[in-house]
Design a binder for this molecule. Structure first.
Ligand SMILES: C=C(O[C@@H]1C=C(C(=O)O)C=C[C@H]1O)C(=O)O
Length: 183
């Protein structure tokens, strides 16, 4: 049984160090706008299934990535489905501090609404560099792949830090077997 959060601590590489990508892989991995919008444009129906949403401690690496001294964040793990087929596993780390709650931060209590539908509405949104990683057939994420009755294969993922209202949050997305990216 998958336990959350699923560890995504693999070798993340900056775009400059990533090679041997197909045109489709490159197109999806380096999509700078909303992945939700891109998935919606390729499907008749789109939905989000929340797998887990809890406050967890941030790792030292995550604190460095987020450039913050916060020790915990709201960890949100979801599946993005197109025409009822799971296409992406997404894991986001949303700062969880009193200030955000006081500001009635729209990113809290998102439920089945896609994060992208909210954050990309804000013209102040800044996306920092996209990093890429490969998840081999023995990575813990493959447990979720098996539970979804999807075939095991090396998976491609991306992560980036966003800045909004002077705070940072981390979004990681792993493309599941059968995702458009692999076609
Ligand atoms: C950041 C985006 O939001 C998407 C939706 C997410 C969610 O609802 O938790 C998480 C990651 C993204 O795949 C996007 O659309 O690009």
């Amino acid at each position: 049984m998958t336990t959350f959060p699923i560890s995504l601590s693999v070798d993340w590489s900056p775009a400059s160090q990533v090679s041997d990508l197909s045109n489709s892989e490159h197109d999806w991995l380096f999509e700078s706008h909303s992945l939700t919008a891109k998935l919606k444009s390729h499907s008749q129906s789109f939905s989000v299934k929340v797998l887990s949403e809890q406050v967890f401690d941030l790792s030292i690496q995550q604190q460095k990535l987020l450039n913050c001294t916060l020790t915990s964040a709201l960890n949100r793990e979801v599946l993005l489905l197109c025409d009822d087929k799971p296409m992406v596993y997404a894991q986001s780390w949303l700062p969880d501090n009193l200030l955000l709650k006081q500001s009635k931060n729209p990113l809290h209590n998102m439920g089945e609404r896609p994060l992208g539908d909210v954050i990309f509405q804000d013209p102040e949104l800044v996306r920092k560099n996209i990093e890429i990683a490969r998840f081999n057939s023995i990575h813990p994420l493959q447990q979720l792949v098996s539970q979804l009755n999807l075939p095991k294969q090396t998976l491609l993922g991306r992560r980036s830090v966003f800045s909004l209202q002077s705070y940072n949050f981390l979004v990681c997305e792993v493309f599941l077997p059968g995702a458009y990216l692999y076609s």
